[in-house]
Design a protein around this ligand. Structure first.
Ligand SMILES: Cc1ncc(C[n+]2csc(CCOP(=O)(O)OP(=O)(O)O)c2C)c(N)n1
Length: 684
């Protein structure tokens, strides 16, 4: 049992208990360096799992760094995907990749994604990040081994908060039913999750008794006592005729006193000073060449910056946000508007908010922050998006106004059938917040970037869908959806701070688009534009229209500025904040009056683009009229890790990309006009 040369079965190195303790300590240090270099990530849980990581990767698992896909290797599934840095360090210490490279964690184009992706780094067994799925994958891998008569083991590492996902228990049942004595689950019981103590967010105890009832063998260890950890893993590997779960009691943030047992360190990275304090506590300030490693990360980043900038469309000057002398803009995350509205409207006794263990960053907890008496109507559901969605339907049926929210991918995809059947079919008043929408979520990477949610959500009968463009509009939209709109409703907002382009005087009417026109440069960006309800707008015979939603509206406005300044083109920006019901009249007018339409969405191309095209192709008034269209959005790719604005550039979602597309379409319009003129000249 160990790291082997698969060609001859020779053990590459034997690790004693003391060696493993030392390796785990070093891994903790390298982890802090990587997190600090990334500027984000999960300190708490990566530190709590590190002793188990060292034992598993350096002594227990049979694997060969020289042949990562050796068919007889033990498989290790990290269901708890946010602990990716621990996995990377396990691999690096075992020799699968250079240790120095782990410092490229969460950087654009790096193999060390915020959540593991098996197609990017050899040794990573599966791609994870959406909690609660790994044990099922491990069941599949263990079943395949049985079918093929192979004797390797499958390990699956989970968190204790993760046990709240119902899918874990479906997999647990399957494992016992199929007598998977080749499956070993490990639960990192550090007793904390994002919103606080596991026992308070959604109690999972008695966990051992639950697994026992599901016919598993249960071992309990101190997850920081290396001898105990190794003994339990060896016992589990020896087999006992049924699946085994090791419940490892751990401390979140273990090894760094100021991080230990503090929920706030769940999703946080140390600053440079904190890194030095942490390394000193671990006795590693002299042993780990952290300055050199941070330098390596900086050099990599400089190359990313250079390559990205080289790829950007170029214009007569730099129009990027707040880089010009004038046109300055304030940035604020749209998500804040959601919290402001809940704080404002939460006195209505019908309003109930459901917590899904990501409450403060999506601002749903603003519902009770200033008014603790509302806690009675705060219903913590744990990490259980599917059940919570149906619970919301039940609450709505009894007259409540339930609100639930989480990352858009978990709020609209994981629970899609529950939204469809429990909520939409019954036409219940449930408000769902798809938070952190789009690639601009940043370094968490593909698993956390909702890019398909609007396809699914817009397809559902009875559903209303709003994608507000800035923090102010998010507040207004939430006000309306929460208390005035009947039926199921979805609001999608973003994580990153984006330009504030409206104020209290700006019109917002659900279901009715706004038209935004660039007038002239101004010290303040928003004041360079005039905004009116689309139905009040008088045609100005603009050259083209840009129809956008969400934070792509400010990008469309910036594109209008570029197009006017560099090319003299007038653009009609249509803020189509309500995707459903769609403002067909605003689209038809834009098509008829400009004949060139660019759509812009922070989503896979189509949620907006195809809905707009649908209106154009189905409207009799436009039959036979030439309308040239182009779409800006994510082009059939998964997202990846990177800084939010880097990803806007990488996925070609910026104003510069909108302007470039608009110019292409304008050229097509020009050549069409020329063709037409030529044609009428030849045939009188
Ligand atoms: C399906 C899903 N819902 C929500 C999240 C967001 N999320 C990431 S980590 C986390 C808390 C996990 O708690 P736990 O399993 O106890 O891990 P640990 O505290 O050890 O880091 C949540 C809710 C997610 N990644 N996947």
């Amino acid at each position: 049992m160990a790291i082997k040369d698969s060609r001859n079965g020779k053990i590459i190195r034997n690790y004693s208990i003391d060696d493993l303790k030392d390796a785990a300590n070093l891994m903790r240090g390298y982890n802090l360096v990587a997190l600090c270099a990334a500027g984000s990530g999960h300190a708490g849980g990566t530190l709590s799992i590190m002793d188990i990581t060292a034992a598993l990767y350096l002594r227990i698992a049979d694997h060969d760094p020289g042949d990562p896909s050796w068919s007889a290797r033990d498989r290790i599934v990290w269901s708890t995907g946010h602990k990716a840095p621990s996995l990377y360090l396990g691999l690096a210490f075992a020799g699968f990749c250079p240790l120095d490279d782990v410092v490229l964690l969460r950087k654009l184009w790096s193999a060390f994604q915020g959540h593991p992706h098996w197609l990017k780094l050899p040794g990573v067994e599966v791609s994870t990040g959406s909690l609660g799925q790994g044990l099922s994958i491990a069941v599949g891998i263990a079943l395949a081994a049985k079918l093929d008569g192979k004797s390797h083991k499958t390990f699956c590492i989970m968190g204790d908060g993760e046990q709240q996902e119902g899918q874990v228990w479906e997999a647990a049942m399957e494992a016992a039913h199929h007598k998977l004595d080749n499956l070993i689950a490990i639960v990192d019981c550090n007793r904390l999750q994002i919103d606080g103590r596991v026992s308070q967010v959604m109690n999972i105890d008695p966990l051992g008794a639950k697994y026992r009832t599901f016919a598993w063998e249960v071992l309990r260890v101190n997850g920081h006592d290396m001898a105990q950890v190794v003994a339990a893993l060896e016992q589990a590997k020896a087999g006992c005729g049924k699946p085994v779960v090791i419940l490892a009691d751990t401390v979140k943030g273990k090894g760094v006193k100021f991080m230990e047992d503090i929920a706030g360190w769940h999703g946080k990275a140390p600053t440079h000073d904190e890194l030095i304090r942490g390394l000193t506590e671990l006795g590693l300030a002299e042993r780990i060449p952290y300055q050199r490693l941070l330098g390596r990360a900086r050099t990599y980043q400089a190359e990313v910056d250079r390559r990205l900038n080289a790829k950007m469309p170029k214009f007569s000057r730099n129009y990027w946000w707040n880089e010009a002398e004038n046109m300055k803009v304030k940035m604020e995350p749209t998500r804040k508007g959601f919290g402001q509205s809940l704080a404002q409207n939460g006195d209505d006794e019908r309003v109930v908010c459901l917590g899904l263990d990501i409450s403060s960053s999506i601002t749903i907890s603003d519902f009770y922050t200033a008014k603790p008496e509302r806690k009675r109507r705060w219903l913590s559901m744990g990490i259980a998006e599917q059940s919570a969605t149906s619970v919301a339907a039940g609450l709505a049926k009894e007259g409540k106004l339930p609100v639930l929210g989480t990352y858009g991918t978990f709020a609209a995809a994981r629970n899609l059938d529950q939204i469809r059947t429990s909520v939409c079919y019954g036409n219940f008043n449930v408000l769902i917040a798809g938070a952190h929408g789009g690639v601009s979520v940043g370094p968490d990477g593909a698993t956390h970037q909702a890019l398909e949610d609007l396809f699914a959500i817009c397809s559902l009968p009875n559903m209303s869908v709003v994608v507000p463009s800035d923090v102010v509009e998010t507040r207004k939209a939430t006000d309306y959806l929460l208390l005035r709109r009947q039926g199921p409703k979805y609001i999608r907002f973003a994580r990153e701070a984006t330009p504030v382009i409206s104020d209290d005087r700006t019109p917002f009417v659900f279901g009715h688009a706004n038209v935004i026109r660039f007038r002239e440069e101004n010290p303040i960006f928003a004041e360079a534009f005039e905004t009116v309800l689309a139905s009040d707008y008088q045609n100005e015979n603009e050259d083209l229209a840009i129809i956008a939603c969400g934070p792509m509206v400010p990008e469309a406005m910036r594109a209008a500025w570029i197009l006017k300044n560099d090319f003299g083109y007038e653009s009609r920006v249509v803020n189509l904040h309500t995707l459903k019901p769609i403002d067909a009249a605003a689209i038809v007018r834009a098509a008829r009056e400009t004949s060139v339409i660019v759509t812009a969405e922070e989503h896979q191309i189509g949620a907006l683009a195809w809905r707009v095209s649908g209106v154009i192709t189905e409207t009799p008034a436009l039959f036979g009229l030439p309308v040239i269209t182009g779409a800006i959005g994510v082009n059939d790719r998964f997202g990846e890790s990177g800084a939010p604005w880097e990803l806007i550039k990488e996925f070609e979602l910026s104003a510069e990309h909108i302007a470039k597309k608009a110019i292409e379409l304008m050229e097509a319009k020009g050549s069409r006009k020329a063709e037409k003129q030529e044609h009428s000249f030849i045939s009188p």
